[in-house]
Design a protein around this ligand. Structure first.
Ligand SMILES: [Zn+2]
Ligand SMILES: [Zn+2]
Length: 234
């Protein structure tokens, strides 16, 4: 009863806020949704041919990125590059308290996974440190994983992966410093033994965060670890 009342209050508050501040596309400032169909359709997707390992467009073989710094997990994928309207949307999702953007952004992951399936038993969101999650009010990757779960049917496993220390945002670091920054920053639970995990994140830079998560999961016996992000930096 109290829970229902609480939800009612929340819905009413949301309706009032929408009335006072109607949704506008965070990228083009038009329309009455947070990320409009026109902006979503304009996103330039990363499509095959791609490197089977790091998921970058394959301009020549072997992949120069994987030759230089081979990935230590099974592979990573991103739906598009981190630029233009998509960049605006992800930025608003993370830093402007727009959890509503989980829906359209999570749909991008679902569309990708439908077109290009990856082997997985469960979804695991890249965790935030508890202090950062408290400050933001939500873990954006977990919200994405839930939207994806609704579409693909895979369960979201919360609490099998934790961030054990605060790390600097990867985008602020040079490529070489990124592995060092996230090294041993994650710990996994023994429940992942023998399972295939699909890690979910918003943005992938060099893949170092996914890798650090993957190594923690594999240390606990995960059979396979793939990573899927909405966007990757060029
Ligand atoms: Zn738009
Ligand atoms: Zn590669």
């Amino acid at each position: 009863m109290i829970a229902r009342f609480g939800r009612g209050v929340h819905a009413l508050r949301q309706a009032l806020l929408d009335l006072l501040f109607p949704p506008r596309c965070v990228a083009c400032r038009r329309g009455d949704v947070w990320f409009c169909a026109a902006c979503r359709q304009a996103i330039e997707k990363i499509l095959p041919p791609i490197c089977a390992k790091c998921g970058r467009p394959l301009l020549r073989k072997p992949c120069p990125y994987c030759q230089k710094l081979p990935l230590q997990i099974d592979g990573t994928r991103a739906t598009a590059f981190f630029e233009g309207a998509l960049r605006e949307a992800i930025h608003a999702f993370k830093y402007a308290r727009r959890p509503e953007l989980a829906q359209p952004l999570g749909e991008l992951l679902a569309d990708y996974l439908t077109a290009f399936p990856l082997p997985a038993d469960a979804l695991v969101a890249v965790p935030l440190h508890s202090a950062r999650e408290r400050a933001r009010g939500y873990n954006q990757s977990r919200l994405l994983a839930r939207v994806l779960s609704d579409r693909c049917g895979l369960p979201v496993w919360d609490n099998v992966l934790t961030r054990t220390r605060v790390t600097l945002p990867q985008v602020e670091l040079a490529a070489a410093a990124r592995r060092e920054n996230v090294h041993a920053a994650f710990a996994a639970d023994a429940r992942v033994a023998g399972t295939r995990i699909l890690l979910i994140d918003d943005v992938c830079t060099t893949g170092a965060t996914m890798e650090a998560c993957g190594l923690a999961l594999k240390a606990r016996g995960a059979q396979a670890v793939w990573g899927l992000a909405i966007a990757r930096t060029r």
